[in-house]
Design a binder for this molecule. Sequence first.
Ligand code: CP
Length: 301
Amino acid sequence: MRHLLDFQGWTKAQVENTLDTARVMAEVLERPVKKVPALQGFTVATVFFEPSTRTRISFELAARRMSADVVSFAAQASSLQKGESYKDTLLTLEAMGIDAYIIRADSAGVPHQATRWVKGVVVNGGDGRRAHPTQALLDAYTLLEALGTLEGRKIAIVGDILHSRVARSNVELLPLLGAEVWVAGPPTLLPQSLPGARLTPHLDEALAEADAVMVLRLQKERMEAGLIHLQDYIAHYQVTEARLKKAKPGAFLLHPGPMNRDIELEGTLADSERSLVNRQVRNGVAVRMAVLYHLLVGKGR
Ligand code: CP
C-alpha cells in the first residue's frame, strides 16, 4: 500500500494492523506530552479543494503529534481563484518537497489522479461521493471500542446513501471485520446496488436489532433539486428516540459530521449516552496518525 485511496485489495489483516497501530497512537495521545518523533523530517500537506473541519484538522494534528512539518493549503485563498488547475497546484507543492498529500475534492478520482502527478504518498481525504477511507477506519475503530468485536454485528447506515462517500467506504470496510451492514434511506437517495450491504427503503427494517446506527447528513450540495421533500424526510427517516427502540437496547449511535440536528437525527440523541460522535472525532487523530505512520515510515505494511 503506497497510497490510501479506498479499500480495494485490502485484507482483514491489513485493517487489523492499521487499527492496532492506531491503538498505540491513542496511548501516545493519553500521555502528558502527546508527541513522538516518528515523522521528524517529513512534510505533510493538507490539500482540501472542498470544505472540512474534522478531517483536515485531525490530519494536521496527527502529523504534528508525530513531529512532521505541516502545510495547510486553503483553496479560497489560493491561486485556484486565478484559474490554476488542481494538477498545477499539486505540482507547485511537489516542487517544495512535500512527502504526503491529504487530498479532498468535490470530484471522484482526484486523489487517484494525483498519484500520477506527484511522487509523495497520497491519502484520500474524501472524493466526491466515492470514498472517505480514513472516516471508515475511525468508524471501525470506534465501533470496536464500543462493541468489542464486529463479528456478526448488525450495523445500520441511514440517510442520504446515494451521495455518501462515508457510506461507500464503510460498506467496503465493515464486512471485512465480520459486520452485517444494512443501508436505509428514501428510494431517491438509495443507489441501485451497493455490494457488501443490504439495501432497504424501510428504516425500521434496517434498525431492527441493530447493534449500532450510523446516521448521515442530507448532502444538499451534491443533490439535484426536488430529490427529496424535507418535511417528508424528517417524518419518515429522522432517527429518533422512538424509532431507535427497534434497535438492540442501548444500540450505539454514530454520525460522521457535520450534523444537521433535528433533520437526520433528533437533536438530543447526539448528546445522549449512546452517542459515539465525540469518540469518533477523538479517535480520528489516532487513526490518522496510524495511516501516516504506515505510509511514510512503515511503507504501507
Ligand atoms: N466527517 C468529515 O469528513 O467531516 P469534515 O467534512 O468536517 O472533514
